[in-house]
Design a protein around this ligand. Structure first.
Ligand SMILES: Cc1ncc(COP(=O)(O)O)c(C=O)c1O
Length: 444
């Protein structure tokens, strides 16, 4: 979402490529850093001039198994010699079916289930909404403020951030309503954090009177931990209450685990922390170790509601991505990455809590498992967000010192960690040390 970043040193190969990027690539393409990468392995990347970085961004949460995991690379090499593409709609192949079988086995949903594969998180979200509408024969969809579900037209309408995601791209699809998400660090004035679950539910009930009747709502779409919104963990009981509301009104409960899934929070899926079952689970990113793949897995009756030919696409679940995903599943089992996420998360939390206690501009330390963040403020009392330009200075200083780390949050004032779960302790500590040095040197 950042558009301008500090350029690398003027004489470097990276600087030349960065200049070409500016000339040739549409400027709406987000640029979190100005690093130009040549190669990567596990939690380290090297730029085109040979500079080494620790990577706390992990391809925006797509690399829980690390860069170029040898098992993923081997699976891709083998697959490349066998079959690159037919389109699953033209001729089926085994590894697509095996990925669906695994997703069905993993999804925390009881009873008969089916799955389907796509290319990106946005595409999977769009299709989950299509399934919900086809099944319920209703139109309205509820998402939340601060949420992020992607950049296609339906997804950017669901997004709970107007600029730059929606501005100038309308008209947007109708029948999308935004409800309040319980953001404990920033509750509405006068509402105590402990009352936030109830407050948000009361507001939603009010929306059923004011905006749209519950019986006209096809789906509620929620991230169990908001990602781009700033790693906001909902207050206790909120997700359970949404599930009950969906049951009461026959609404399809769509859980977006694109960023929070595949071990990031210390469970395979974040929703498992709450013991809540989605109707449709949306997966992407770390499902596939760096290859493009997404999917929807859910209750058979809902998944079968779309007519034949109404969902899918040329490349969805292509053989290369499916081969990589099957390797990723093996790596998760063999390297016990869900447990590793808890250990990584505990180490990051300890340091982030100390940053909050020591630094006047670190207002909050929060997260779940290894999905952790600090929120930066100009003033701890008023919680005025640290201006985005100042946050950028911090992120640029981290990059200068060899750490790639990225922002999030509706005010662009949250620093989040999405390092590979396979990160060795030495890289983890090195990255945290860099961040601590940079925060220590920062003057409000
Ligand atoms: C929670 C969530 N949903 C959906 C998306 C969109 O995924 P993609 O960028 O693959 O379209 C993202 C991307 O960051 C995401 O974090």
């Amino acid at each position: 979402m950042t558009t301008k970043t500090k350029s690398p040193s003027k004489t470097s190969k990276a600087a030349a490529l960065w200049a070409e990027r500016g000339e040739l690539v549409a400027s709406g393409s987000a640029a979190y850093t100005s690093v130009v990468i040549e190669r990567a392995l596990n939690s380290k990347v090297w730029d085109v001039d040979g500079k080494e970085y620790v990577d706390f961004a992990g391809g925006i949460g797509a690399l829980n198994v690390g860069h170029c995991h040898p098992k993923v690379v081997a699976a891709l090499r083998e697959q490349a010699g066998k079959l690159l593409h037919t389109s699953f709609h033209v001729a089926a192949y085994e590894n697509y079916i095996r990925v669906c079988r695994e997703l069905i086995r993993m999804a925390p949903i009881a009873g008969p289930k089916k799955a389907i594969l796509f290319n990106s998180g946005s595409e999977a979200i769009e299709n989950a909404v299509k399934f919900a509408r086809a099944f319920t024969k209703r139109k309205a969809v509820i998402s939340f403020d601060n949420c992020f579900h992607g950049r296609t037209l339906l997804c950017l309408t669901l997004d709970g951030k107007y600029k730059p995601l929606r501005q100038g791209f309308g008209p947007c699809p109708p029948e999308i309503y935004h409800a309040r998400f319980p953001y404990a660090y920033r509750p509405p004035r006068g509402v105590r954090a402990e009352d936030l679950t109830e407050y948000c539910l009361e507001e939603l009930e009010k929306q059923f009177l004011v905006d749209v009747a519950a019986e006209d709502v096809a789906a509620i779409v929620v991230e169990p931990v908001q990602g781009e919104g700033g790693f906001v963990v909902p207050t206790p009981g909120f997700l359970k209450a949404l599930r009950r509301l969906c049951d009461k009104h026959g609404i399809v409960f769509i859980v977006d685990e694109v960023q929070s899934g595949f071990g990031r929070t210390g469970e395979l899926f974040a929703i498992e922390h709450d013991g809540v079952e989605p109707d449709l689970l949306v997966v992407a990113k770390s499902l596939c170790g760096g290859m493009p793949l997404s999917g929807v897995v859910g209750r058979t009756a809902i998944m079968d509601a779309a007519a034949a030919g109404a969902v899918g696409g040329t490349y969805g679940g292509n053989p290369m991505s499916c081969a990589a995903a099957l390797a990723v599943f093996e790596v998760f089992r063999e390297e016990k990455l869900v447990e590793r996420a808890r250990r990584v998360g505990a180490a990051v939390q300890k340091r982030f809590d100390s940053f909050r206690d020591r630094f006047a501009f670190v207002g909050d330390s929060r997260g779940l498992g290894a999905m952790r963040a600090i929120e930066l403020v100009s003033d701890k009392k008023t919680k005025a967000p640290l201006p985005a330009a100042r946050v950028k200075e911090i992120l640029h200083d981290c990059v200068d010192r060899g750490l790639i780390v990225i922002k999030a949050g509706v005010h662009d004032n949250v620093i989040r960690t999405l390092m590979p779960l396979t990160i060795p302790d030495a890289d983890l500590n090195r990255g945290l040390d860099v961040l601590e040095e940079v925060l220590g040197a920062f003057k409000l």
